[in-house]
Design a binder for this molecule. Sequence first.
Ligand code: URA
Length: 245
Amino acid sequence: MSVSEKGRRLVREIRESLIELEANGVDRVPRAAPPAPNAPGFRPAVAPLDASRIPRGGDSERALRAVVKELGDCTRCRLHEGRRNIVFGEGSPEAPVVFVGEGPGEQEDRSGRPFVGRAGELLTKMIEAVGWTREDVYICNIVKCRPPKNRDPQLDEVASCSPFLEKQIRAIAPRVIVTLGKPAAQKMLGRPVAITRARGTWEVWHGIPLMPTYHPAYLLRNYTKETRQAVWDDLRAVRARVDGA
Ligand code: URA
């Protein structure tokens, strides 16, 4: 193989790797290695996952507990180094709808509960606007530990968490999945997504209807009539699909 052929092959391989990264929710590649466990901003893990947060139910509850047990005090990726709590997810094991966000922020990391900060307050209002409560639905994220400084989760981190997220969703077996924002949509659909075009259009994840919509944090930054209307339309479509299913 000539030098120029080798060069072209290398460029093609790099391009394919970047497309794969993007498909898995990564839209930036760090120049430097991730921070060491003792770097500023990283704190040691202080608490193992609290499985008592899973409400008592039937088979779904047992299946969810099995996922919690398998996850254990997870150290499979570097995100464990800085977390305070694993944010497994919460809600009804028999929820008709699972909301999938990006990853825990500071307040979620402190409390061990998903979507409890400002974005969480808005998500709660969105859920209530279509007649559910947080206890009726299930809320989780594509990664269960807080990325440092709330950066986007990286490909290997999403990949480490993926089997647990997938088992969690299969345990609940919801009628509909709602992804919140681009990284969650990309992870669940396995391809690059432009969220403004993808939102509002039904997709399927392993036979389960999936609706991509905006992340509530994006809504907080872009609180316009159009974005609110879009999310309202998406969630009304989700409610109608669940009620008609
Ligand atoms: N943003 C997310 O994507 N998930 C949370 O749990 C909180 C904020």
